[in-house]
Design a binder for this molecule. Structure first.
Ligand SMILES: [Fe+2]
Ligand SMILES: [Fe+2]
Length: 259
């Protein structure tokens, strides 16, 4: 509990420092934007066509969800432009979704030859992946929102308005993905599938946060005090050690990633 409060205080402090400077603020929004844009760069997100024959309501929900993320991409792009900065086009492990995917022991890619049961389980994997990703995004934007309000400049207040609109959608996505998963799986399947994606997201969060803190401390070094650089360097190291200490047996054999 105390650790949770310390982590929150540290993250809000970091976000406030990022938000206080237009350069680092734009970089932070580029990171968020890259995650929002990821679904448009891949073919296996929001499988509404595969869901439609059996669950037309889910097909509509997935289409709406995809539309929300496209809108969020545009909103972050607009916010960056309005602060007179360029969007940084990030790729690879600088996109949170990719870091999670790299650590996920399951696939949700649906092929034309897949039978109805394989389709059901793979849609379930997508929903569980999206659920844990949305929880993380929801948490991070809540830190950022608090930090923007703490800084209190006209620029950060304008960004806070945008982030608040995004945050309302993300909270809905957390719930809708979980509810849909409940509709299409048994409790045993659900527990196994959620476990796979919870582990992947937790590992990815440590790896991603550590990578970004290291980048931040070097790329924007003059903007931070020596004490802050040391603090973020130590936090990054602690995350890497925490990640290395986590040992994983395969969490589930349910539709494990094909080799
Ligand atoms: Fe989003
Ligand atoms: Fe979302």
């Amino acid at each position: 509990m105390a650790l949770g409060r310390i982590e929150r205080a540290l993250k809000v402090r970091l976000h406030a420092q990022l938000a206080a400077d237009p350069e680092t603020h734009a970089w932070t929004l580029s990171l968020y934007r890259a995650g929002e844009h990821h679904p448009e760069t891949v073919h296996d997100y929001f499988p509404h066509e595969a869901a439609r024959p059996r669950w037309p309501w889910l097909a509509e929900q997935l289409k709406r969800h995809a539309g929300d993320e496209r809108r969020h991409t545009a909103l972050y792009g607009k916010a960056i432009r309005e602060m007179g900065r360029e969007t940084v086009e990030l790729e690879g492990l600088d996109v949170l979704n990719n870091t999670i995917r790299a650590r996920t022991q399951a696939t949700w890619e649906i092929r034309d030859t897949d039978g109805p049961e394989v389709v059901r389980i793979r849609i379930a994997h997508f929903l569980a992946h999206a659920h844990h990703l949305e929880r993380r995004v929801d948490r991070s934007v809540s830190f950022h929102l608090e930090a923007c309000e703490q800084v209190g400049s006209s620029r950060t207040r304008a960004v806070a308005e945008i982030v608040a609109r995004v945050a309302a959608d993300e909270a809905r996505h957390v719930t809708s993905t979980r509810e849909a998963l409940t509709e299409i799986t048994t409790s045993r399947e659900r527990a196994q599938i959620l476990d796979v994606h919870e582990r992947a997201e937790h590992d990815a969060d440590l790896a991603f946060s550590s990578r970004q803190m290291r980048h931040l401390a070097s790329a924007f070094a003059p903007r931070f005090s020596r004490l802050d650089r040391a603090l973020y360097g130590l936090t990054s190291l602690a995350m890497e050690l925490g990640l290395a200490a986590r040992s994983h047996a395969p969490a589930s054999t349910l539709d494990a990633r094909p080799t």
